[in-house]
Write a protein that binds this ligand. Structure first.
Ligand code: C2E
Ligand code: CA
Ligand code: CA
Ligand code: CA
Length: 280
């Protein structure tokens, strides 16, 4: 009531109340942000190792271009979005943007660009109220082989009938599957024989100290050897130096991604990267 004025406000401004307020605020803002076009997709190149083959692939990474706060990285809003049930909306938005971008690249002569899209483990297989990715690919007439789905091990370990079903359907349609942050989650590898996986993305934590740490090198060698036998390609994440690149190429990793080559970039800058990389 109005007559209670400021004192009532003071009374209720407990820590709990504040966090609830800020959560609601972020939720409202995020929802509006999508509508206002503040949510953007950045592209980070995936570089084929040990070859002169041109770069034609990238990972799509979400950014929030906030009018006052500037560029907000996903680490600062995705956990919140996940708790508030907004992550599905963001993933669906990023996915649809990527599909449109793939069509634009084909239309303007840049050609086929492969894009990896992240899909949160949160409610992974639950299709209720969200975009049907497979139906969307078909409606838009997109070659499913140009899309890779990046998921974490937790999705593969969970054994939810829904998740497994969705993954298999996407896989059958030609969408490729990458296991993100490989090596940091579960120790069981049983899912590798049950699910047809295309890529393992070795987590950055194994790459960071690679020059000095023989254990990291041994682990990467083991993962790459196993992957080769399983017909799976390995992607090394977070490659920052020339010597990391050289070690990873010697080990036989198939793909490299990291600041050494390029940071995630807005689409126009990524297009310049493609043009210069492909004319080098
Ligand atoms: P991720 O999927 O493991 O993505 C790789 C992250 O490592 C990206 O951070 C990328 O910018 C960063 N990175 C790439 N190369 C290097 C490097 O050489 N050094 C270092 N230090 N970092 C590097 P970013 O873009 O901030 O994204 C963080 C995480 O947020 C992602 O980790 C992913 O889990 C999540 N994310 C991003 N976009 C989406 C999305 O559209 N949907 C979902 N569900 N998650 C997303
Ligand atoms: Ca990823
Ligand atoms: Ca990762
Ligand atoms: Ca395979």
């Amino acid at each position: 009531a109005k007559d209670m004025g400021g004192s009532a406000f003071k009374f209720y401004t407990t820590e709990l109340e504040l966090s609830w307020l800020s959560r609601t605020f972020i939720l409202n803002e995020l929802e509006a942000a999508i509508e206002k076009g503040e949510i953007e997709v950045y592209y980070q190149p995936l570089i084929p190792a040990n070859t002169e083959t041109a770069c034609q692939s990238a990972e799509a990474l979400v950014r929030w271009q906030h009018p006052e706060r500037g560029l907000i990285s996903p680490a600062d809003f995705l956990p919140q979005a996940e708790r508030m049930g907004m992550i599905e909306k963001i993933d669906d938005f990023v996915f649809s943007q990527v599909c449109q971008q793939i069509k634009t690249w084909q239309a303007n002569g840049i050609g086929d660009v492969h894009v990896s899209v992240n899909r949160s483990a949160h409610n992974f297989g639950n299709q209720r109220g969200r975009l049907d990715w497979l139906a969307y690919i078909r409606e838009q007439g997109i070659n499913a082989g140009l899309i890779t789905l990046e998921i974490t091990e937790s999705v593969l370990m969970r054994r939810h009938a829904e998740s497994g079903h969705l993954l298999k359907k996407l896989r059958q349609a030609g969408v490729q599957i990458a296991v993100d942050d490989f090596g940091t989650g579960y120790s069981s590898l049983s899912y590798l024989k049950e699910m047809d996986i295309d890529y393992l993305k070795i987590d950055r934590s194994f790459i960071r100290d690679l020059e000095a740490d023989d254990n990291d090198r041994a682990i990467i060698e083991a993962i790459t050897g196993m992957a080769r036998h399983l017909g799976i390609e390995v992607i090394a994440e977070g490659v920052e130096t020339l010597s990391q690149k050289e070690i990873l190429e010697k080990i036989g990793c198939h793909w490299l991604q990291g600041y050494f080559f390029a940071k995630p970039m807005p689409v126009d800058v990524f297009e310049e990267f493609l043009a210069s990389a492909n004319n080098a």
